[in-house]
Write a protein that binds this ligand. Structure first.
Ligand SMILES: [Zn+2]
Length: 85
């Protein structure tokens, strides 16, 4: 079992993700390219996150909390244009 650990250096928060959840959002990209795509949930200005794939050992896996994807919300952005006169 491989997981992806994401750490924010700014607010020191850390989350573990299931790769299959991340693939739904970012596509089947490698871990390195996630660094530039993921943003801290506490603030977009928190800079680059530390992203690393890891395989928890049996002892590590006990009590390891995994942040699961619940839903993907699509932002609906209105686009306007003036009617020709
Ligand atoms: Zn942060």
């Amino acid at each position: 079992m491989r997981l992806v650990r994401v750490r924010c250096r700014c607010c020191k928060r850390q989350h573990n993700y299931n790769p299959s959840d991340l693939i739904q959002i970012f596509g089947d990209v490698d871990v390195d390219s996630l660094v530039s795509r993921m943003k801290c949930e506490n603030g977009a200005d928190h800079g680059m996150l530390d992203v690393e794939a890891f395989a928890p050992t049996g002892r590590e896996a006990v009590g390891l909390r995994i942040r699961r994807l619940v839903a993907i919300k699509i932002n609906r952005v209105p686009v306007w244009k003036e009617d020709p006169a």
